[in-house]
Design a protein around this ligand. Structure first.
Ligand SMILES: Nc1nc2c(ncn2[C@@H]2O[C@H](COP(=O)(O)OP(=O)(O)OP(=O)(O)O)[C@@H](O)[C@H]2O)c(=O)[nH]1
Ligand SMILES: [Mg+2]
Length: 183
């Protein structure tokens, strides 16, 4: 009887947990974004950006509200570390892909790394949020320019959202979203 009640309690009151991968090439701003999210949603937590160094392993962020538990996995984006990414794919539910939109010389690398992520069989069901970071910098490119480089619409049929913003100030605006093939 107790185990039945215990199971029912867990079923009714347990929160759904979603695991979100934060990926992107090195220096895109992944860890800065994660720490900003923590400082917004977990009052008092979250490192200031001048205390963040390149990620070698994994940074984890847990954010909960009344109904949902989000677990963020932020991985290092240096070329030699990207082979680690796929170890997390089969347990991930969604992808946030961060791009330094003020660094045109990295767009090609960012595009091919993203294509490889999206081709992986374990991530076929995962929705994608592309975060065009560093919009506070004058060199940041427009939506059209970034799209021209990334060809997001040609990727596949998964639901995606394209958001521009700055991990420094936590501001952002949606550019567009939809199902890639339907656009
Ligand atoms: N101006 C500006 N700089 C940013 C922003 N976000 C991150 N940066 C800077 O970009 C650099 C790289 O940021 P990180 O968060 O370490 O980048 P990362 O993607 O985690 O890099 P790896 O861990 O090496 O993969 C740092 O100097 C940050 O301060 C932003 O929104 N605006
Ligand atoms: Mg990092």
């Amino acid at each position: 009887m107790f185990s039945l009640l215990h199971g029912l309690w867990n079923h009714v009151f347990s929160k759904t947990e979603f695991r979100v991968l934060i990926l992107g090439v090195d220096k895109a701003g992944k860890t800065t974004l994660l720490e900003k999210l923590k400082s917004i949603y977990l009052k008092g937590e979250g490192l200031p950006h001048d205390r963040i160094g390149p990620t070698v392993g994994l940074n984890i962020g847990r954010i909960e509200d009344a109904n949902v538990k989000l677990v963020f996995w932020d991985l290092g984006g240096q070329p030699g570390l990207r082979t680690i990414w796929e170890k997390y794919y089969d347990e991930a539910h969604a992808i946030v892909y961060v791009i330094d939109s003020a660094s045109a010389s990295t767009f090609e690398d960012a595009k091919s790394a993203l294509e490889k992520v999206l081709r992986h069989e374990d991530l076929q069901e995962a929705p994608l949020l592309v975060f065009a970071n560093k919009q506070d910098l004058p060199a940041s490119v427009t939506e059209e320019e970034l799209d021209r480089h990334l060809h997001l619409k040609e990727f596949d049929e998964r639901p995606y959202m394209f958001v521009a913003g700055s991990a420094y100030d936590g501001e952002g605006e949606p550019w567009h979203s939809g199902k890639a093939a339907a656009l």
